[in-house]
Ligand binder design. Structure first.
Ligand code: NAP
Length: 306
């Protein structure tokens, strides 16, 4: 049986990390790039380069634009949350019924928006602690080894390609409670990342603001309970404190985005939490105030606030 091609949408940090590992395991991979200009740039570069510890390797992977017409049976969506719905919508006609679409986006909200665009496909949600960054165009550095949980809130059966991830050295586990994992990660993010932006500090800098962190954790816990995610609320404050300590020297991803003038995923993190609170008619004043302050801060810097 011929292996199903992994179409990888977005050759950025995570897309490159996944595409190169799948390809070196001998699996068929095809990149889907933004447009003809990006495709020409990619072809001029000769492929994707992955930098891992001291090892740098070029992977000359097949690539096309999202406007291509070849049918897709398996799609890994590796763009930012704010791009996912629109780009997957562009590809909808190329997805055969039963196509599996793996969504690597951080936060919540984009997965449901994508799923609504492609009701004929199976959407699998992922939550990853792996870390990668673009060190140059078409070149990605694998910065932090981690783990990826995958799951489908609509159907608990494991897909048959998990063995391909094992063969590719992608540490993963099928999770029957992927939503709980995504909510927990969202809550950790809401308790840490916006404050690091507003205080302009590394994660460890939040040790100077313990009361602020504690108040946010209490409100986030209340929100999780009301959103039917009580397990995601268990010991949230303890874990937030542990993460702040363990990553004290790091700048959060949101801080990095803001300091480099890049759009953040605010609408899928703190924005999503505040919208959920409103839907459940919960008054969470500190969370709401944090959102308002973050929006004002981004606007003052001329960055998108959604
Ligand atoms: P990234 O490096 O910015 O890459 C995003 C890619 O999507 C870019 O290559 C971009 O293309 C592409 N893209 C955007 N719009 C497109 C379109 N219309 N057609 C085709 N390609 C398009 O982002 P990332 O860091 O990999 O993050 C992806 C998701 O994973 C985010 O939700 C992030 O929060 C999550 N995540 C990332 C990490 C990490 O370590 N990086 C870890 C965990 C989770 P161009 O190159 O043309 O701009």
């Amino acid at each position: 049986m011929t292996a199903v091609t992994w179409h990888v949408l977005g050759a950025g940090s995570l897309g490159t990390l996944w595409a190169c590992r799948l390809a070196r395991a001998g699996l068929p991979v095809a990149l889907l790039l933004r447009d003809a200009a990006r495709l020409r740039q990619y072809q001029a570069a000769g492929g994707l380069t992955l930098v891992e510890q001291q090892h740098t390797e070029l992977y000359p992977l097949a690539a096309d634009t999202v406007a291509g017409t070849a049918p897709i049976r398996r799609l890994l969506v590796a763009c930012k949350a704010y791009d996912a719905e629109h780009v997957v919508g562009q590809l909808a006609a190329r997805l055969a019924p039963g196509t599996e679409v793996i969504l690597l986006q951080n936060g919540l909200g984009s997965q449901d928006a994508v799923a609504a665009k492609i009701p004929h496909a199976r959407c699998i949600f992922a939550s990853s602690t792996e870390g990668a960054f673009r060190s140059a165009d078409w070149q990605v550095t694998f910065a932090g080894h981690g783990f990826t949980w995958l799951g489908d809130p609509a159907q608990p059966t494991e897909p048959d390609w998990l063995a391909e991830l094992s063969a590719s050295g992608i540490p993963h586990q099928w999770s029957v409670d992927i939503l709980t994992r995504l909510w927990r990660k969202l809550a950790l993010n809401c308790a840490i990342n916006p404050l690091t932006v507003l205080h302009d500090c590394r994660n460890g800098g939040l040790q100077l603001h313990p009361a602020q962190v504690a108040t946010l954790c209490a409100e986030l816990g209340e929100l999780l309970e009301h959103c039917g995610q009580p397990e995601a609320a268990v010991d949230l404050h303890d874990e937030v404190q542990r993460v702040i300590q363990a990553t004290a020297a790091n700048y959060s991803s949101m801080h990095q985005d803001v300091s480099q003038g890049r759009r953040t995923e605010i609408s899928y993190l703190l924005g999503y939490a505040c919208a959920a609170a409103q839907r459940h008619q919960r008054s969470l004043p500190h969370l709401q105030q944090l959102h308002t302050q973050l929006v004002q801060h981004l606007q003052a810097l001329g960055l998108p606030s959604t």
